[in-house]
Write a protein that binds this ligand. Structure first.
Ligand code: PNS
Length: 168
């Protein structure tokens, strides 16, 4: 009897991917066989992103280059449709604080309405990442602050490249 692999999708804007996101993705590998990190072209919150979807995906691929069980892709349209096509049954989301809860709960419930057998699992990041958000990283980096403790080297290089090109 062949056992179906457990596949999960970790969706987000990832603008840019932070060490908090990386932590959540790696934790997922403890109970999933395969994780698909899904970079959304646009978010429900219709945010204007700092990086294009292809740049965000490229950074994600660089960050998880050494992880054969993690695949990085971008997607458009409904997450549940994407997850279904990808053969995933679980949606992974990081939950940092109570302030995240309302938004996350609404999305989880809506996704369940749209596809009843899709479970959203919330993972708490390492406590040292519990304050970390991509929006704060963007803000600090764009004002010349040091974000080297919050993002991996490829992301740091890209953020530095961006602020250097603005300064020129
Ligand atoms: O990192 P974010 O911006 O909080 O991620 C939000 C994201 C991309 C997971 C959410 O906006 C999403 O799933 N977008 C795809 C469109 C969709 O399925 N919308 C209905 C969500 S209930």
């Amino acid at each position: 009897m062949s056992v179906r692999p457990i596949v999960a999708v970790y969706p987000g804007s990832f603008d840019p991917v932070t060490l908090g996101h990386e932590d959540v993705a790696r934790r997922t590998l403890c109970f999933c066989d395969r994780l698909i990190v899904a970079v959304a072209e646009s978010s429900s919150q219709t945010k204007k992103t700092m990086f294009s979807v292809s740049e965000r995906l490229e950074l994600m691929k660089a960050v998880f280059a050494g992880q054969p069980r993690i695949t990085c892709v971008s997607f458009t349209g409904l997450l549940v449709h994407f997850a279904e096509q990808a053969g995933a049954r679980f949606i992974i989301r990081g939950l940092r604080a109570v302030s995240d809860f309302e938004y996350e709960f609404q999305m989880a419930q809506m996704n369940r309405e749209l596809r009843g057998d899709m479970e959203t699992l919330f993972l708490a990041p390492e406590v040292e990442h519990s304050f970390l958000s991509a929006s704060l990283v963007r803000e600090v980096a764009s004002m010349g602050g040091d974000v080297s403790r919050f993002v991996s080297a490829p992301v740091l290089d890209r953020l530095r490249g961006l602020s250097n090109s603005r300064a020129e």
